[in-house]
Every structure is written in structure tokens, then in C-alpha cells.
Design a protein around this ligand. Sequence first.
Ligand code: FAD
Length: 539
Amino acid sequence: MSSNIQDVIRSPDNIVIVGGGLAGLFCALKLAPHPVVLVSAAPLGEGAASAWAQGGIAAAVAEGDTPQAHAADTIAAGAGIVDAEVALTLAREAPARIDDLLRYGVRFDRDLEGRLAVGREAAHSARRIVHVRGDMAGQAIIAALTQVVRHTPSVNVIEGFVAEALSTADATVTGVQLRKADDITARPVTMAASAVVLATGGIGHLYAVTTNPPQASGLGLAIAARAGAAIADPEFVQFHPTAIMVGRDPAPLATEALRGEGATLINARGERFMQAHHPLAELAPRDIVARGVFAEISANRGAFLDARVALGGRLAEKFPTVHASCLAGGIDPAKAPIPIAPAAHYHMGGILVDAHGRSSIDGLWAAGEVAATGAHGANRLASNSLLEAVVYATKVAEAIAGQRRRLPVVAPVEAPRPRNGAFPAVAAKTLRAMMSSHVGVIRNGAQLADAIRAFAAVERDSGNIALKNMATTALLAAASAWNRRESRGAHFRSDHPSEQPVLAHRTITTLAAARDVAEMLCERSREPIALANACLEET
Ligand SMILES: Cc1cc2nc3c(=O)[nH]c(=O)nc-3n(C[C@H](O)[C@H](O)[C@H](O)COP(=O)(O)OP(=O)(O)OC[C@H]3O[C@@H](n4cnc5c(N)ncnc54)[C@H](O)[C@@H]3O)c2cc1C
């Protein structure tokens, strides 16, 4: 049900869910018939990474497969820091959540006997990816859930509003500050709330090269951190090795299945380069391939996916999405290699939550990619993220429904009027470029230190709330990457290239701790940082 913001803004007992992707929609439906307000920056179905998922959802539903095997694969992928209990819970609850999705109208593909068809993906020891019409899982799931939500009277949908800050009193959430997405100079409004569920997705769009939608720029993580919430594992960002570089932002994906079909990775001289990095060459784990591609590009040799021999004319039929993306960029992949680069794809870190999705701040919950449950460790196993979104959205809903906090009725907070000019587009672009170059696929202490000093200055001094929030999340990721003096999973430090057993634990941090790192680095070096100046001049 679509609602006018004025109808709901003043009720202090609101349960506000921020985010219209899989985690937000699922949580709203699981809370029904409890009334909830669902706020989304973009219209439902748009601006959500969920709708772009091509693979599907991992669930041990096939004969012979078990939740224990699924959990073991998840733990192995996470490079030593997955919370084993969380991984097992995800795997155990997967079949029930798939049943929920079927009930909400998602038509997963079935085999000839009518059982759920399951595909195989990298690092899964069994066929366990349920999918829809081949590579249309995300779109089909979001379309089905959007329709159910629109017909659920308990869900008040507020579209086109961006959450930019939380209101708190006595370390408890009392509301969320919202601003019109298409009019950022408009005065913000504060919606009173007894519970706020952040389901705002990832941080990929903080990077210059990403597969994520523009709404995935880490705002949810930032507003939680600014309110004092504990943040976990922000340094762990998964990069997809083969984003298609045809001048599009976000960049379209060339699925791993192409390499599975024999497509090779070559540089501009036509040399295959992955054989030098791993015995499995192009089929090595995702983070290793991403680093191999990054190294070629950094050495100015360029990187390309060559499907001419392996697929040739068959590519158009077998991979229509990839084919269309190439043609739109003026490349015929049957005749020419596809230019590629690694792209920020998934954030393992996020708002630290417990087994019920509860953050460290009373009344604040998180589910989906913005949350850090402990399931992914240093590297996410393919197709576990949609699963985590539905499992934790359910847990949050059950916990909120079970223990509704009765708040004294408070008058709606008069919104402050933070100075907020037009969005500083050049500054945001500069910040994204620095995330890619300094906090990207291959990191080192000196570059991270420069990034931290720059992001901290923008976080502290920017007059634009959107840029400030972007810099907040960027600062958290960079400071934790600087602190982790080892390489583990998706986090690779060229100055600390091996894994350190003593660091086999998760990072738990806060914005205050990240600012302390920045302050210490600023004392060490007073050299001006061009990025910070460029960003601050524009705001
Ligand atoms: C190209 C691509 C392919 C993928 N394929 C798979 C796959 O096959 N399997 C798999 O498991 N995972 C896959 N993933 C990852 C997966 O899609 C995401 O991790 C998952 O969808 C996240 O769901 P979410 O609900 O947390 O976030 P999203 O689906 O991103 O939804 C976030 C929502 O929050 C809104 N929002 C954000 N910030 C604000 C704000 N400040 N105020 C208001 N609203 C806000 C957005 O508009 C959006 O509605 C893929 C990701 C990409 C990019």
C-alpha cells in the first residue's frame, strides 16, 4: 500500500524498514499483520542489487545435499573467520525460506519430475543454487515480492525518500531523518520510530568501478555508524573479476560461467596471464582472478575476456545478457576480446548484528548486505547473500514482533536544517576513484593512510550530508584495511601478503575508532591530500 509520508510521520510506535530490496520487502511481509512503514530511496523494484542477481539462492534442497555440507563450504570460503554457528543456521533455514518465497509467488525453475532445479556454482560442493528462468532470479523474486507488498495493507510504502540520519535518545533509536531523493535541498523530515530496520544494501557504488546500483553507496552503514553502532569487518569487499568495461556505470557483469565454458583471460598482447597466478588459471577462486586482472591493468597491459574460440557465435544464444551489454558498447564478442576490470561487487562487512539481527543500539536492526552477521567472513560464498537477506529479515521480524518496545509518546522531533547544497558530483566521483585506487583489489599501508586522511577530512568537514555519509563508510573500510596487516580472503595487502594466524578473527570497530586512526595518521603526516581539498572545495 503506498502512503503519504505525512500520514505516518508522527506515530512514535512506527516500525520503519529502510530499503526496498529483498531484505526490506521480506522483513515487511514477515512482520505482517504488524503495521510497518517501508521507506525506499528508489521506487520498489528499482535501485536494489537484489533485482540484478543472476545466479540465484543457495539452499541444500537436492537429494544427497545437507545443511552441514552447505555450512562447511561457507566456512571454507570465508578464509578462517566465518562464525560457524551462523553459517549452519543459514544453511538449516534455507529450505524453509525457499518455501516462503514459493508461497509469495516466486516460480523457481523445476526439473522434469517437478522438483526444484538446482545449479552448481564455484566453491559449492553440491548442486544447490535455486534459480528462475536461467539467470533471472533477482528480477523474478523482487517482482513477486513487490506485488505482494503492494497488496499487503499492513505495509505503508514511502518511495523516493533517502534515510540520512538516525535520531537517538539515551542510546535508543527514536526516529529516522529522511529527505526527498529527487530534491536534496528540500528540508528533511524526521519520522518517529520505536524500531528502525536498516536494509539498505551494500557499498559497491563507493567505488569507481562497480556492479552495484547507485543506491548502494553505504549510506545505511554510515548512518548507523554515526549514531554510534558497532561495525564489523568493513575492510572485506568482494571484487568481481570480470566487469565489462564499455563505459557504463555501474558496469555490466560477464558471468563466471563464460570462463566455465572455456573463455580465457588475455592481456593486450594476447597473452594468457592467469596461468602464472594459479594452477586453475581462469577458474581460480574469484579473489585470485580479480587480483590477476588488476595486476595486468596496473602494469598497463590491459585485461580482456576472450570468448572467440570457446563460444564464438554461440555466445549470443547462451549468454544473451552479456552479448547485449557488449553490443551496446560497440563490441562483438564473437569477433573481439571483451575489455574487463575487477569491480566492487559485495560487502562482507556491515552493521554488527546478533543472531536476531539486533545492532548494538537499542531499537536499531539490520538485515541483508548492510548487516554483518558473521556468515561470510573474509569472502562470501556465491549465492549466499540473497539467502542471508531472507534468513535475517525473518529473524528481525520475529524478534521485533515478539518484543515490541513500548515507548513513552514523544512529540515528533523538529528536523534540523543541515546545510545541504546540490549534490557535489565531482567530489563524489573523486572519492569513488580513490576507493578504487587506494582501498581496492590490492592495498598497501601508504595508500590506505592517504585515503584515511582524505576521507576523515571530508567526513568531518563536508557540508553535504550525502557526501559526508559516503566518506563515513569509506573511512571505516579504509581504517580497518589499514589496521589489518595481513592478507585474508578478499582483503589483500601487497605490504603484508600472507595470512597471519593471530589475526584470524573478525574486526569489530566504530566510527570513533576510525577517526582515531585518522587523527594519528594526520599527526604523522601533514602533507595536504588533493582529494580532501577537491571534495571540500565543492561542498
Ligand atoms: C550484478 C549482481 C549480481 C548478483 N548476483 C547474486 C546472486 O546470484 N546470488 C546472491 O545471493 N547474491 C547476488 N548478488 C548480491 C545480492 O544481490 C545482494 O547482496 C542482495 O541483493 C542485497 O539485498 P539487500 O536487500 O540487502 O539490498 P538491495 O537489494 O541492494 O536493496 C537495498 C534497498 O535500500 C534502498 N536504499 C539504500 N540506501 C537507502 C537510504 N539511505 N534510504 C532509503 N533507501 C535506501 C535501495 O534503494 C534499495 O531499495 C549480486 C549482486 C549484484 C550487484
